[in-house]
Design a protein around this ligand. Structure first.
Ligand SMILES: *Cc1c(COP(=O)(O)O)cnc(C)c1O
Length: 445
């Protein structure tokens, strides 16, 4: 496979783009990133003309794949032909908000923004403004975008910013706890309960290997926040309208947060974010309340059209049936391959998310969840299945990066850009894509 054009483009990019890219993870593939020429259904074609089955899918936003169905395509083109944006309200924003409020249990009102990062930043400000408290609780290895309040590492005793350029004071106010550890978060609430504005949590860790919640964990977070007068914020930027279908992960897991952040799919492939929740909390945002929030591009008409048409298309067609069905086929197929060839590895994912984690222990695959680890306490592999980000990080990461992923690429299969990110099934993927992918895993593992 020839990658000369990608190499030359990367070489040029290194002069004018920091690290050759505009978002850090894109530089992770060794020895250089694949530059994309175009998408096509469930595939991408790279700058050298090589075709791959694409499981990156824009890092999650592309529920429908690269070929947008006619009504979605038409709505986007109509909007762009009427002027890209106005800085004044349009009917589209109202319709999109009505759609989300109708389908997502926790959402009565919304505020649209332009990225997931902006959504979580505004949600944290809202929680602090609404409660009059400063401290927030997050999960170690959770991801909420590139924002000051959540780029923190360490634990509740000792912690600091995980990036240069962030004052230590931010980390003082942010308490990281291990995901799925009820005792740890309970102790934090015993010590700091009166100062905690919110718990900010992904329904499942989707940016660190896909780790599902153990039974009762989210209920514990709900109870602790209720008792302490703190808000529970679910970051559904990745899971929203992917896990749990139109009701999102909160309908799947049956827990209703106070606030929810969205991004990715709700913009139909264009930059987007949103904060949604109960009216009494949401109305703490300006112009009703006193928590400032604003944005030139917020509610962008092209984004609103793309997002709304995508969701309406999903509501009226077999989109979730298709992507979740192929997701299940992948996880079941991978479970068989792993049992045969790499019994220490763990298949994870749910709905249209899938991944093989290169875990180092847990030889018994017998009795493992056939559809990927579901944190079933009766499963023989329950203890070996990662429970938090640290468990995931202990895997054979270098092997995945340097040996496995490049071999899959050579075989025409484009996997996530590092070992920790999710892989996504889209409506444009086919049974044949799944078969080819399973064959490539069989050869590479
Ligand atoms: C992608 C992601 C974000 C950040 O969204 P951006 O649009 O990249 O700023 C935040 N939270 C979660 C859970 C995400 O997956």
């Amino acid at each position: 496979m020839n990658h000369e054009t990608s190499r030359d483009l990367y070489d040029r990019a290194l002069d004018v783009l920091v690290g050759g890219v505009n978002s850090s993870v894109r530089a992770a593939p060794q020895p250089y990133p694949t530059f994309v020429r175009k998408g096509d259904g469930g595939h991408v074609v790279d700058a050298d003309g090589n075709r791959y089955v694409d499981w990156v899918m824009g890092l999650g936003p592309l529920l429908l794949g690269h070929d947008l169905p006619e009504p979605v395509q038409a709505a986007i083109q109509r909007r762009t032909s009427e002027g890209p944006m106005y800085g004044m309200p349009t009917e589209l924003e109202v319709e999109h908000a009505e759609f989300v409020a109708r389908h997502v249990p926790s959402v009565e009102m919304l505020r649209f923004v332009n990225s997931g990062t902006e959504a979580t930043t505004s949600a944290v400000r809202l929680a602090r403004g609404y409660t009059g408290r400063d401290k927030i609780v997050v999960m170690q290895s959770g991801y909420h975008g590139a924002q000051e309040s959540t780029l923190v590492e360490g634990d509740r005793e000792e912690r600091g910013p995980s990036s240069a350029g962030i004052p230590a004071e931010f980390a003082e106010h942010t308490i990281p706890v291990p995901f799925n550890d009820e005792d740890a978060v309970t102790e934090v609430f015993e010590e700091h309960g009166d100062d905690i504005a919110c718990v900010l949590v992904e329904p499942l860790l989707a940016n660190k290997g896909i780790v599902e919640p153990v039974d009762g964990y989210h209920e514990t977070l709900r109870d602790l926040t209720d008792d302490a007068g703190a808000l529970l914020i679910w970051d559904e930027v990745i899971t929203g309208f992917r896990v749990g279908g139109l009701g999102c992960a909160q309908s799947k897991y049956g827990v209703t947060p106070d606030l929810t952040t969205f991004g990715k799919i709700i913009g139909g492939g264009f930059p987007v974010g949103a904060i949604g929740g109960r009216t009494d909390i949401m109305e703490a945002f300006t112009p009703v309340g006193d928590v400032f929030q604003a944005g030139t591009f917020s509610g962008h008409p092209v984004t609103m059209a793309a997002g709304l048409e995508t969701l309406q298309y999903a509501a009226e067609n077999d989109v979730y049936e298709h992507v979740n069905g192929l997701g299940r086929k992948l996880r079941e197929g991978l479970s068989e391959i792993v049992a045969d060839q790499a019994p220490e590895y763990t298949v994870v994912g749910t709905d249209s998310l899938f991944k093989v984690l290169f875990t180092r222990r847990g030889d018994a695959q017998s009795g493992a969840c056939a559809d990927g680890c579901e944190q079933d306490p009766d499963c023989d592999r329950f203890d070996a299945c990662p429970k938090n980000g640290a468990d995931v990080a202990r895997g054979a990461v270098e092997r995945w990066n340097r040996v496995f992923r490049p071999q899959m690429l050579d075989d025409g299969i484009l996997l996530s850009q590092n070992q920790f990110e999710s892989q996504f099934v889209a409506y444009g993927h086919t049974e044949e894509d799944v078969e080819r992918t399973l064959e490539a895993y069989r050869n590479a593992l």
